[in-house]
Design a binder for this molecule. Structure first.
Ligand code: CP
Ligand code: NVA
Length: 310
């Protein structure tokens, strides 16, 4: 199988349009084979992936573990606390040593810089399983799910809420595919400038439009996809009260959806804080594809691993 010409996957900006389309095609192949009853496609037989978590996870952990199993390899999960890393062992030493045992490592880290440092000292592929800056595996799954539900596009994807890791990776993935991206966000909660500059640059390169629209009702008017994520991400707990106040007008509820096209689908990376960024009514409605998204993490993870691990 053709591999991606990259050493690590830390950001969607590591991938060009052809790379993203390759991931989507390979993910579709894995999903079709799985649904046809071929549960194990052993192309990573004998390979071992380490999963390192500095923060909790349900979907990312389980989908990577099961993905390695379904590719004929094995995955082992470690929390920071269980590793000497949690007692202050240098990232550099941990990366060098893990590279002697493992064929790849997925890391969920608090600080994106730590991931970058790990990758600099690793001789195996390092995959970002979420950092404060990005969540690239989630975004690849999201564009895969949109592809599956609505076709190749172009589409208009509207993210209502915090300019966090999920929003940043999604914006980058959408414009890389030439899809328009609208961010409806209160002032002060936009994506980091460094990310947004890259979103705008890629939008220009790939022929997409990006806009920030403060008013959520106006933002969703032409939406094909309405996406939201938590108002208080892991690590933002100290700002909880002010965030709840700022984002209250940005709840994805039936009233907001009445301003969107009837066939617009609703997405969330999960976990959802039901009753905050999304109501039960919307999360459980026919328009919601949240469980399909979660399911697709598995098949997209298999694509990423098979394209990256040597
Ligand atoms: N969406 C996502 O990454 O979920 P987890 O935090 O459960 O892994
Ligand atoms: N933005 C959320 C995503 C969780 C998958 C967080 O970082 O907590």
């Amino acid at each position: 199988m053709k591999r991606l010409e990259i050493d690590h996957l830390l950001s969607i900006s590591d991938l060009d349009r052809e790379d993203v389309e390759t991931v989507l095609r390979v993910a579709r192949m894995f999903k079709e084979r799985y649904l046809a009853g071929e549960r194990v496609v052993p192309i990573l037989e004998g390979r071992t992936l380490g999963l390192v978590f500095e923060k909790p996870s349900t979907r990312t952990r389980i989908s990577f573990e099961v993905a390695m199993h379904q590719l004929g390899g094995q995955a082992f999960t470690y929390t920071y606390r269980e590793l000497q890393l949690g007692r202050g062992e240098a990232i550099k030493d941990t990366a060098a040593v893990m590279s002697r045992y493992l064929d790849g490592v997925m890391i969920r880290a608090r600080r994106h810089e730590d991931l970058e440092e790990f990758a600099r000292h690793a001789s195996i592929p390092v995959i970002n399983g979420l950092s404060d800056l990005e969540h690239p595996c989630q975004a690849l799954t999201d564009v895969f799910t949109i592809w599956e539900k609505l076709g190749r596009g172009p589409h208009t994807v509207v993210f209502v809420g915090d300019g966090n890791n999920v929003c940043s990776s999604l914006a980058l993935a959408c414009v890389t595919l030439g899809w328009d991206f609208v961010h409806s966000v209160p002032e002060g909660y936009e994506c980091p400038e460094r990310v947004w500059r890259e979103v705008e640059r890629r939008a220009e390169e790939y022929g997409a439009e990006v806009r920030i629209v403060r008013d959520p009702e106006e933002a969703v008017r032409d939406a094909d996809v309405i996406y939201t994520d938590v108002w208080v991400s892991m690590g933002d707990e100290d700002e909880r009260e002010e965030r709840l106040r700022a984002f209250r007008p940005y709840q994805v509820n039936e009233e907001l959806l009445s301003h969107a096209p009837e066939d617009a689908i609703v997405m969330h990376c999960m976990p959802i804080q039901r009753g905050y960024e999304m109501t039960d009514e919307v999360a459980d409605s026919e328009r919601s594809v949240i469980y399909d998204q979660a399911e697709n993490r598995l098949h997209v993870q298999k694509a990423v691993l098979s394209l990256l691990l040597r």
